[in-house]
Ligand binder design. Structure first.
Ligand code: ADP
Length: 363
């Protein structure tokens, strides 16, 4: 199927009443502050909700319209798309939106104008593309180990599709790698033919910081909006077990995200933080125009050499933005008032309309 024609999206946008825009997204992930922020900037909001999941949006009073669907994947149905277009909707994508609508559908059949860059979403989903973008940007990422025979220090082994880090493991030697692979085969977590797909990289011993940036296409500048760290099961539960009992439990560490903590970084790390943001956005502009347009997140670990090492990215609003629904220490510095990521997104749309540059930030 062919890619969505940008001209078609711009024609739809051209037909919109710019005084009467609706900000719409799926009720999930990081939608609460998107709706709250959009309302605060004077937009109408519409939540697309699977039946039975509407409670938070009703109780927090953030949505003006409820569009109820039987299942999340209905989001790409023609009727629903037309309903959104009739409401002059601009969609704010987030992790669940991308997962449920489907990357292929967003690229080929979802015609509703979106804020962001629909082409960059694939660069987050495919490890090779993600690494290409990061390597070309010259940012510090975990060193790749091409052959299990070369494991001579602590390594992290990742299998594709191991969502939430289930099926990741740590190995300190080639022998340990082989033993753990055998155990995974026995448990039928992987098949023999999957072994070649194992991605092996340097294990970065450090603290987790997920850095939420906003790239303003209108200002041509990266802003640091907030930072969170992850609260993951079972790894964070395991560290609460006394060391002498940890082995007895026999639990496999996994990294299923259950929540996020707001956090600030040592101030002397901020030059690195801005450098990473500047480099990745500059490279993305050339590789996937218009590049990062709006929110994105660099998931990092900071080691004791004070290196900020990026192991993963989100090319749209990341769930950790929920830690600053009322603004973060950093977003406060720009605006002198609490500002969430959702409100920053709405502000960009508002400025785009004011400056008559909306078509530059819509894809
Ligand atoms: P997500 O589940 O958000 O996509 P990943 O699957 O990439 O994130 O990673 C899950 C967890 O594994 C991270 O939160 C981090 O704690 C850990 N991790 C990932 N890569 C490395 C690495 N190279 N070294 C140490 N820990 C890592």
């Amino acid at each position: 199927m062919s890619k969505i024609n940008r001209k078609q999206i711009l024609e739809i946008l051209d037909g919109y009443d710019k005084e009467d825009i609706t900000i719409a997204t799926l009720g999930s992930h990081s939608s609460l502050h998107m709706f709250q922020g959009a309302k605060a900037e004077g937009f109408r909001t519409a939540v697309i909700c699977e039946k039975g999941r509407e409670v938070p949006y009703k109780r927090f009073g953030v949505a003006d319209e409820f569009i109820m669907i039987d299942k999340y994947s209905d989001i790409v149905n023609d009727d629903l798309q037309q309903q959104l277009i009739d409401m002059n909707s601009i969609v704010f994508p987030h992790g669940s939106f991308v997962a449920y609508a489907g990357l292929d559908n967003i690229e080929t059949i979802f015609n509703v104008p979106m804020f962001g860059n629909r082409d960059i979403l694939r660069w987050e989903a495919e490890r090779d593309l993600e690494r290409k973008l990061m390597i070309k940007s010259g940012i510090r990422i975990p060193k790749k180990i091409n052959d299990p025979a070369d494991i001579d220090s602590t390594a992290m082994v990742k299998f594709p599709g191991a969502r939430g880090g289930r099926g990741y493991f740590v190995a300190n030697s080639t022998e340990e790698f082989d033993q753990k692979i055998d155990a995974m085969l026995k448990r039928k977590w992987i098949e023999e033919e999957d072994i070649k797909d194992a991605h092996i990289e340097e294990y970065v011993l450090g603290c987790n910081y997920c850095i939420h940036y906003f790239f303003s296409e209108l200002k041509d500048e990266v802003e640091l909006m907030g930072v969170d760290s992850r609260y993951e099961s079972t790894i964070d539960g395991l560290v609460r077990v006394p060391a002498k009992d940890q082995l007895d439990i026999g639990a496999d560490p996994s990294y299923v995200i259950t929540g996020n903590h707001p956090v600030v970084m040592r101030e002397s790390l901020l030059p690195q933080v801005f450098d990473i943001g500047d480099k990745i956005t500059e490279t993305a502009k050339g590789l996937i125009p218009p590049g990062f347009n709006g929110p994105f997140c660099m998931q990092t670990l900071v080691n004791d050499d004070l290196e900020v090492v990026v192991f993963e990215m989100s090319a749209r609003s990341d769930g950790g933005t929920n830690t600053f629904m009322n603004g973060s220490q950093y977003s406060y510095l720009y605006f002198g008032e609490p500002l969430s990521m959702g409100r920053r997104m709405a502000l960009e749309i508002k400025n785009g309309i004011k400056e008559d540059r909306l078509e530059e930030i819509i894809t």
